[in-house]
Design a binder for this molecule. Structure first.
Ligand code: ZN
Length: 248
């Protein structure tokens, strides 16, 4: 602790997916929680009805902004045959809404960000342009050989989780609040702001307190029905609209 100085807190957001209502709710919560900076792990667009507003908010406010596979597809950097029918339709719909500057912005984003003993990526940091999923302990393989840093934040699966590896190299899944102790390494999946898939429809993000060395997975309710209404008006696939309410 540094006396009266405010702790340095960072809101780590991933998979916003064009969901403005969820993004605004998360930004309000992050501000109340004292976050001084925003990091975006990618997939700003795809699925949701508000790609333009979400890009503009991230572009103007995020200190770090990485590319996700949907951003890459919208920017024409990723072949669409890798996407299922619903995702593909959403990518095409999104592309038709953006101007050249917004498409260039998505295409200009990097895959990886490295800070002091910190690594950020949308998917696995190994071959990041291939978007490997890290679903849980099994995908971590030899505990945390995927990266060298003490702390790594990812998204992509839309399922939040904190994973730790201790001195004896045993890996474990932790709860939603974690003290990042000495000698331990952590991988944190921030979950998805705009389309959670862990059965909880509330928006998800991670709050990282650099000074206290804590990470917290936070959930924020938002007006799902309003996002769904806008998706319907935009003619987005019904499956994408329905899944928001169930968080799947
Ligand atoms: Zn995503």
């Amino acid at each position: 602790m540094r006396g009266s100085e405010a702790p340095v807190r960072i809101a780590v957001l991933s998979d916003i997916h064009g969901n403005l209502e969820a993004l605004e709710a998360v930004l309000e919560d992050a501000e109340r929680a004292g976050a001084a900076a925003i990091y975006s792990l990618g997939d700003i667009v795809g699925y949701g009805p508000s790609p333009v507003r979400c890009i503009e908010i991230v572009r103007s406010r995020a200190a770090v902004s990485l590319i996700g596979n949907h951003d890459a597809a919208v920017a024409g950097l990723e072949p669409l045959e890798w996407f299922n029918e619903y995702a593909r339709r959403a990518v095409e719909w999104t592309r038709g809404r953006l101007d050249a500057g917004q498409i260039d912005y998505l295409g200009s984003l990097l895959h990886i960000h490295r800070g002091p003993d910190l690594l950020l990526a949308h998917a696995s940091p190994v071959e990041p342009e291939r978007w490997h999923y890290i679903h849980g302990l099994a995908d971590l393989g030899e505990p945390f050989a995927l990266f060298a840093e003490r702390l790594c934040f990812v998204g992509h699966t839309h399922r939040p989780g904190i994973y730790a590896v201790g001195r004896r190299r045993e890996a474990e899944r932790c709860g939603s609040r974690r003290q990042l102790g000495k000698g331990l390494r952590h991988l944190v999946n921030a979950g998805s702001v705009g389309q959670p898939r862990d059965g909880d429809p509330r928006a998800a993000y991670a709050l990282f307190d650099e000074e206290r060395e804590t990470v917290q997975l936070r959930r924020v309710p938002y007006e799902v029905a309003r996002t769904q209404q806008r998706m319907r008006a935009a003619g987005l696939p019904p499956f994408l609209i329905e899944r928001l309410a169930a968080g799947i």
